[in-house]
Design a protein around this ligand. Sequence first.
Ligand code: CUA
Length: 298
Amino acid sequence: MASSLEPIVVLSLVVGVIAAVIFAGVLVALIVFTLRYRDVRTGSAPQIHGHRALEIAWTAVPLLLLAIIFVLSLVTLGQIGQGATFGSLEPPLHVDVIGHQWWFEFRYAGAVTANELHIPVGVPIELDLSSADVIHDLWVPELGAKSDVVPGQRNVMRLFTARAGTFSGECAEFCGLEHAWMRVLVVAEPRADFDGWLAAQRAPASGAAGRGLEIVGSAVCSSCHVVQGQVAGTPIGPDLTHVGSRTIIAGGVLANTADALRAWIADPQRYKPGALMPKVPLSSADLDAVVAYLRSLK
Ligand code: CUA
């Protein structure tokens, strides 16, 4: 990992300095001109017309500055696009990211998860972005990454972090009613931990058999959810194979606790109006059984 600053940080600093200098210049000029050229009788200064040199100057200077920023941006885009910032010899890890109204799906080779993107530290990550419905935008500010997620188009976003930790991300393109609740957690962990996590995610579900599995396997839940090895449903909503291992549900509206999960299933529209998940009438005992089953899907 290079110890120097990321190209995108350098670009931000350069643009920031240019903007600060212009801001300071305008502010000073404003104060000087206000004090020096104020006509105390009329409250206004004599107007200037047709000053060719001035007009050329205030057209050419901004043009030149914008041209410089444009070229610097192109150079930076190229550096990021080629993965030059990674400085890592490891081959990139590919993850398919699919935007849905309103949650993110993450597909690894052999495993599918939702809301939480696990990545190994020190390994370049290549995210293949696509959308199941409308235009979304995946943004993880702390990792310096942001890209539109467009239906019918494959966008690639590269991530890299040398720092273990949990980073918050969100959808950054208005995509409907619950746009604000389309969050992600990026969990960056050492390679060994990540490999262990991925191996667990690849394993088929080992949920407790019983009433809970019976209900989730019924037409209502399985018309949108899959539990690998236990419920052969239609993968419209989040894959639930290891839902018990996640920390957030419903795009981040709720923490993945037993109480929150129960409340969510009892009435999804109360917590996320407009979400595709309908309210399914279940008796209190059945609700408990479903929650217990889902919690057992570690
Ligand atoms: Cu998805 Cu905003």
